[in-house]
Design a protein around this ligand. Structure first.
Ligand code: SF4
Length: 305
């Protein structure tokens, strides 16, 4: 493992797999979510923003091809790369008839330079037909599927109104895994009813079931969400920066070192963020986490018994 970055990063993994830098382009497939359209609930997860957590995705009014083109123009100012993974991240990206999903996914895959897809979804939105489509794509292209677990504790999944239980998560997760589809699990640190031990238990569980990757998010309050209302009425304490840095380091130490860490902090839009405001300094937070691991002389998985 790298002396300076003591955990397995996606950037490195993609460079190893493709031989050069690959950048992620976020598109909006124009889907909705059963947790917002009334099928399960019309209120959504407590932290879910108007954009269905796809703040940095393109506009759903544009075609997938148009969104990819404008993302490439935008990101080429920052990165030099000509290989792309198209990320369907806003709302629930398997929540549509299979022929529509097929059309959108293949439209992305046919764009020059696109080497694969990343598809974010819910564990209760993966049926047999969708699995068949994902399996077909996975056999021909590079693919990973992201599922929002956030926590293994029912007190917290009820609080955030995730809308499915751990069993449902496991059913979909293992179906994907059995097909050899790379899975990425989303987790949230800083949920109001969770203590340090609860967070560590979730990480131990993740290491045990062994997804391909993990995304660690900081719970942040976005304007217009029910979490904002909860925050304003209860004044629950948002995580302090030092506590977050230490908690993430503890998590990395307990995370199996084969799991790729896609993300170690949140990424909210400045104009919508209520707090914690320190999370806007994303690069600084990442650097503090990396420095803390160096200070501890620890690395991913070092505390797994
Ligand atoms: S599953 Fe995703 S899109 Fe649906 S309500 Fe929850 S956060 Fe929002």
């Amino acid at each position: 493992m790298d002396e300076k970055i003591r955990y397995r990063t996606l950037d490195k993994e993609l460079k190893k797999r493709f031989g050069h830098k690959v950048i992620k382009l976020s598109v909006n497939g124009g889907f909705t979510c059963p947790n917002r359209d009334g099928s399960i609930s019309d209120r959504g997860c407590i932290f879910c923003s108007e954009e269905g957590n796809g703040e940095f995705a393109g506009s759903p009014q544009k075609s997938i091809t148009e969104q990819i083109s404008s993302q490439i123009v935008f990101l080429s100012k920052k990165w030099k790369a000509d290989r792309y993974i198209v990320y369907f991240g806003a709302f629930t990206n398997t929540y549509a008839p299979v022929h529509i999903l097929r059309k959108k996914f293949y439209e992305a895959l046919e764009y020059p330079g696109v080497v694969g897809l990343a598809i974010a979804t819910r564990a209760d939105c993966i049926d047999e037909d969708i699995l068949e489509l994902l399996d077909e794509i996975n056999r021909k292209y590079y693919l990973w599927v992201e599922i929002g677990l956030q926590t293994i504790h029912s007190k917290s999944s009820d609080f955030i109104r995730r809308g499915y239980d751990l069993q449902t998560f496991e059913n979909s997760f293992f179906l994907l895994k059995r097909l050899g589809i790379q899975t990425v699990i989303h987790l949230i640190i800083g949920l109001p009813a969770e203590n340090h031990q609860d967070i560590q238990k979730t990480i131990e569980y993740v290491s045990y079931i062994m997804p391909w990757g993990v995304k660690i998010h900081l719970l942040h309050v976005v304007k217009g969400t029910d979490l904002e209302h909860y925050y304003n009425t209860t004044g629950f304490e948002l995580m302090e920066r030092t506590e977050y840095v230490n908690t993430v380091c503890d998590c990395i130490e307990k995370l199996d070192d084969r799991i790729i860490v896609h993300r170690i902090t949140g990424d909210g839009k400045k104009s919508n963020l209520i707090g914690p405001l320190w999370s806007l300094e994303k690069l600084k937070v990442i650097s503090e986490i990396r420095n803390e691991l160096i200070r501890r002389d620890s690395f991913q998985g070092c505390r797994i018994k």
